[in-house]
Design a protein around this ligand. Structure first.
Ligand code: FAD
Ligand code: 2HG
Ligand code: ZN
Length: 483
């Protein structure tokens, strides 16, 4: 093994070789590196010799080659908003965090091919805005869009609030540019809807959480901007009623139904408490709410007619008891703020235990009710913070401590229950052939748990892929696959 450079953290001396290897920025002081060494949830903290912020793709190649030559591990990082600790280095002494944040230009927009090609460090909001400026829609939509990057979105195969209509990040990506674990540049930025020329390397890198290579750019699909959008928040008694509403909405609105999000009352309580600008919108509380949106290709009048007809019928059938239809963009934004602030509100309320599960949509009603019953009987008083993408069969089935036990002094005891609470929840998921990570990836948080549910054959195939693309285990060690 090559000797580790002896670093003087005051002056950075000892890092001259790496500093001279590329043109971008190198951070090495504790204070500068601190935000890169801890995850968004503040659950994982790691260490690195330095944080490299390349200024170009050529720079990425040079940093990776430096790491290859000097026996260092590479931890790619985008906006550091990931939920599974995948962008945080471990505690090893030979990590370099490779932050893509400074490689952030929109390279090209092709309105005939309906594609946009962007650097990996572009934020999702930036890409959505560039698409809008070209009169198009880039439909990936996450509450974290102001900070998360396209490289991170693809590496986690992010989902979000419009998967129902447009698919997740994988389905929106046509081509990739990647720096391999050996420091070679793979130019795969094809804007093709059809390409059956062998193994799909693009699909291997998507969702691989930085464990196979570094994504430096992507060619993404664009869609027409809808002529009109309608948003409503409706009250429902149960997840089963919400599912009936989903069926009705799909039947009446078909492809124009773009979002169908379930929100439990506890979520709105938390949002109202931590975001005073987002009070609970109904006078009477309901156990659950559905936030639904349609995007109409025809006109505002057509959208209003279809949407109102749906809600009237749902009310007639007794599926909803009340609803707010947004009559302006501002009102629609305020309804979405109730949904999008849930994660931050739950984080502000103290430590919590997350589950990002997906099950067949037909099984999700019983899953919610029965698993809640089981958890409450084994862990009395815990609060179920249930919300998410019901239309995709994907819920954030999160658990918080009882309100009177949410203080920091109780946090460790609560987090200590994590593996037991995970087991109850994930066994229930496995029983209906579901997934324990629908959109947040495995990282470290779900790595060992996933290995428990996957078959030896599946794990062996995954290890073969890792071995083929990163034979020296240089990329993001300790993530996705157990050692
Ligand atoms: P990071 O957190 O920096 O990295 C995530 C993973 O990708 C790591 O494994 C990292 O090594 C790897 N990586 C990053 N960039 C690259 C690259 N260029 N090449 C190779 N590997 C790379 N997720 C959803 O799916 N749906 C949601 O609705 C959603 N809502 C969220 C709401 C909030 C408030 C927050 C904080 C997070 C939310 N997330 C959601 C999670 C998160 O935003 C996504 O996982 C996002 O895709 C991560 O992007 P990032 O740039 O922050 O990646
Ligand atoms: C969302 O849908 C995110 O808002 C975050 O995926 C989920 O905080 C969570 O558990
Ligand atoms: Zn989500």
């Amino acid at each position: 093994m090559v000797d580790k450079p002896q670093l003087n953290p005051e002056t950075g001396s000892g890092l001259d070789d790496l500093r001279n290897a590329f043109e971008g920025r190198l951070l090495f002081s504790e204070a500068d590196m601190e935000p890169f060494l801890i995850d968004w949830r503040r659950r994982y903290q790691g260490s690195a010799l330095a944080v490299a912020q390349p200024a170009s793709v050529d720079d990425v190649v040079k940093v990776v080659r430096w790491c290859v030559k000097n026996d260092f591990y590479i931890v790619p990082q985008g906006g550091n908003t990931g939920m599974s600790g995948a962008a945080t280095p471990d505690n090893g002494e030979r990590n370099i965090v490779l932050s893509l944040a400074r490689i952030n230009q929109v390279r090209a927009v092709d309105t005939v091919n309906n594609t946009i090609t962007v650097d990996a460090g572009c934020t999702l909001a930036q890409v959505r805005q560039a698409a809008e400026q070209a009169g198009r829609l880039f439909p990936l939509s996450l509450p974290s869009e102001g900070s998360c990057t396209i490289g991170g979105n693809l590496s986690t195969n992010a989902g979000g609030c419009q998967v129902l209509r447009y698919g997740n990040a994988r389905e929106l990506c046509l081509g990739l540019e990647v720096v391999t674990a050996a420091g070679e540049l793979w130019q795969g930025l094809r804007g093709l809807r059809k390409d059956n020329t062998g193994y799909d390397l693009r699909d291997l890198y998507i969702g691989s959480e930085g464990t196979l290579g570094v994504i430096t750019a992507a060619t993404l699909k664009l869609y027409p901007q809808p002529a009109a959008r309608m948003t409503a928040l409706a009250t429902v008694d149960s997840p089963h009623a919400a599912l009936e509403l989903l069926g009705l909405a799909q039947q009446q609105l078909s492809a124009s139904l773009t979002a169908f999000e379930l929100i439990s009352d506890v979520c709105l309580e938390l949002v109202a408490e931590h975001f005073p600008q987002c009070p609970k919108p109904f006078e009477d509380a309901s156990p659950y709410y559905v936030l639904l949106e349609c995007s109409d290709a025809e006109s505002q009048a057509h959208a209003t007619e279809c949407f109102e007809a749906l809600l009237f019928e749902a009310s007639d059938k007794g599926l909803i008891s009340d609803a707010i239809i947004a009559d302006s963009i501002a009102r629609s934004n305020s309804l979405w703020a109730l949904r999008e602030n849930i994660s931050e509100a739950q984080a502000a309320a103290g430590k919590n235990i997350k589950h990002d599960i997906s099950v067949p949509i037909s099984a999700i009603g019983d899953f919610v009710v029965q698993t809640e019953k089981q958890l409450l009987s084994q862990f009395p008083g815990v609060r179920m913070v249930v919300f998410g993408h019901l239309g995709d069969g994907n819920l954030h089935y999160n658990v918080s401590p009882a309100a009177d036990l949410s203080g920091a002094e109780h946090a460790d005891a609560f987090v200590g229950l994590q593996s037991q609470i995970n087991k109850v929840t994930h066994d229930a998921v496995a029983a209906v052939n579901g997934s324990i990570s629908a959109e947040h990836g495995l990282g470290v948080l779900r790595r060992d748990e996933a290995a428990r549910y996957k078959s030896p054959v599946e794990l062996a195939l995954m290890r073969s892929v890792k071995q083929a693309l990163d034979p020296h285990g240089r990329m993001n060690p300790g993530k996705v696959l157990p050692d």
